[in-house]
Design a protein around this ligand. Structure first.
Ligand SMILES: [Zn+2]
Length: 254
């Protein structure tokens, strides 16, 4: 597959990077990303992945835009208040680049719906703020053998990690958090507070890591860093990385 001249022109500044190159750009154009959660993390993820030339998105969110979202959810404006985020995110995407294919879903992610909604994706990115959803999404990814990029932010700490729990030697998200959080929501922005730039930093870094995952076997930038948790500290500020072990007793991937 070769890219037409208008696409080569659009992505010229990243194709010239030897770590991405023409082969990497073709891989990104052929990639299908399912993005769950179109909020403070999902907004910059969508902007930078669309900017990078990802060819196809499935956007999953059941929420509507409210006034308190606007300090961090950068794809929405005042005229979007009250509208479903998936519709407005899809409209943003169409305006930004008509060559991108987009599908949307308002399904709540549980054991059954996640498997249906995520099938066929090359990468699932979870930017939701709800542990029950995250675990259901992770389990569905392990079952469907789809890589998962998980990104979360609370107060001044962000966390980003790529999981390939379907691989024998790699942990899944459930290996990391255990089964303890199955019950219901633990932390939300409403309870803990969030600075928009902190969500933006975390989401932008998640977009970087997503591109690494999608370029595995296509370009030298493609080191997915499976099972490594990157912790972004907005107070120091700084970053550190820890390795997550696979739990042999994990109910999803063990
Ligand atoms: Zn696991």
């Amino acid at each position: 597959m070769a890219l037409p001249p208008d696409r080569l022109d659009r992505f010229a500044r990243q194709i010239i990077l030897p770590e991405i190159g023409g082969a990497g750009q073709v891989a990104l154009a052929g990639a299908h990303v399912a993005l769950i959660g179109l909020g403070g993390i999902g907004s910059p993820v969508l902007q930078y992945l669309a900017g990078a030339g990802i060819g196809r998105f499935t956007l999953i969110d059941d929420d509507s835009v409210s006034a308190s979202n606007l300090q961090r959810q950068t794809i929405y404006g005042a005229s979007d208040l009250g509208a479903p985020k998936r519709a407005k995110a899809s409209a943003w995407l169409r305006d930004f680049d008509r060559a991108i294919e987009v599908a949307t879903s308002g399904a709540r992610m549980d054991e059954t719906s996640a498997g249906q909604a995520l099938g066929g994706a090359d990468l699932v990115i979870d930017g939701t703020d709800n542990f029950a959803t995250r675990l259901a999404v992770s389990d569905a990814c392990v079952a469907a053998r789809i890589p998962l990029l998980s990104a979360a932010v609370a107060r001044f700490q962000g966390q980003v990690a790529a999981f390939a729990g379907h691989r024998a030697d790699q942990p899944c998200y459930r290996c990391y958090v255990g089964d303890a959080f199955d019950a219901e929501d633990c932390d939300t922005c409403a309870e803990n507070g969030i600075l928009g730039a902190m969500a933006g930093w975390t989401g932008t870094f998640a977009a970087m890591q997503a591109i690494r995952v999608l370029l595995e076997d296509h370009a030298s930038f493609g080191d997915p860093q499976w099972g490594r948790l990157h912790i972004l500290d907005g107070m120091t500020p700084g970053m550190k990385t820890i390795r997550i072990a696979k739990d042999p007793a994990c109910s999803a991937c063990g």
